[in-house]
Design a binder for this molecule. Structure first.
Ligand SMILES: [Zn+2]
Length: 298
């Protein structure tokens, strides 16, 4: 089965010397092409998120700060430079997550080779996140009346604090985050949080993830899943101290996708974090997420 891949060369933006490797987006596409051969038939190019899509989540005064590249109390929690090129890349990746979500509704699954900016709040930036593409895409597919009940399954090393805050109290959106507990960010309350101790390895991680998925699918019963599959729980990641192996992260991805498939729930995957000492490791694990999705739905 052809699982759509959403990508645009302008996902790349120059952020200077930084732990966040913005060149990973094109490298992940190349890695996927090396693994599965020609994927042109699956490749889709997004347009930037529209103002209407952005405004469903973000405050107009915050978007005005971004448009004007202004440092204000709303943008100052960003740990990135603030240039037009960078802001445009974030708008484009948000459009990419929206497109991937729509495609997933048709095909059962899709992946945006960008996105996953779960630390962005409605009215402010945080970390490496300017706009919360995950939240924007949830509201987009709800607005298209493709689905009502959406679960965000966030397995990035860091808690999805922005997403949790945005959807707090919304009965139609379930936010599940499994993350390293003793680490940035300041925690918000997700629908379900599983905080892991430093040094957590594959077996314990996968056991706890399974328990979390039991709650998501057994109790909430989503009609759609947004999968934020950051690869920073990796043992050689520079920002964390979880101890997952590459094989463990692949099992993690596969466990989520199988659960979606078995319940007939479409899933869209986005990249989120990954800060391995060797960018090649980060790229390989992100590509593995697509291969796991394709292997599960195929
Ligand atoms: Zn992260």
């Amino acid at each position: 089965m052809n699982v759509p891949v959403v990508y645009h060369a302008d996902y790349y933006a120059d952020i200077g010397a930084h732990v966040f490797p913005t060149r990973k987006f094109s490298l992940v596409l190349e890695a996927i092409q090396r693994n599965v051969g020609e994927i042109m038939g699956c490749l889709r190019q997004p347009s930037p998120a529209t103002r209407e899509q952005l405004l469903r989540i973000h405050a107009p005064e915050y978007l005005a700060d971004l448009d004007g590249c202004r440092w204000t109390p709303r943008t100052s929690f960003s740990e990135l430079p603030l240039t037009k090129e960078i802001v445009d890349a974030y708008y484009l990746m948000a459009g990419g997550t929206c497109l991937a979500a729509s495609l997933a509704c048709q095909h059962g699954g899709a992946m945006n080779l960008g996105g996953g900016f779960h630390h962005a709040f409605a009215d402010r930036a945080e970390g490496f996140c300017y706009v919360n593409d995950v939240a924007i895409a949830v509201r987009e597919i709800q607005a298209q009346r493709l689905v009502e009940r959406v679960a965000v399954i966030d397995t990035d090393l860091h808690q999805g604090n922005g997403t949790a805050r945005i959807f707090r109290g919304d009965p139609q959106v379930f936010t599940f985050s499994i993350h390293q507990e003793d680490l940035y960010p300041l925690k918000e309350q997700s629908s379900l949080d599983i905080g892991l101790e430093d040094g957590t390895e594959d077996d314990e991680y996968l056991t706890k993830l399974r328990q979390g998925l039991d709650v998501v699918f057994g109790q909430f019963k989503p009609q759609f899943v947004m999968y934020v599959g950051g690869v920073d729980p990796y043992k050689d990641d520079r920002l964390g101290s979880l101890q997952l192996t590459k094989a463990g992260i692949k099992q993690r991805d596969t466990m989520v996708f199988r659960r979606c498939r078995d319940h007939g729930v479409p899933v869209v995957a986005v990249l989120a974090g990954g800060y391995a000492a060797d960018v090649g490791d980060t790229v390989e694990m992100h590509a593995n997420t697509y291969l796991a999705l394709r292997g599960t739905l195929g």
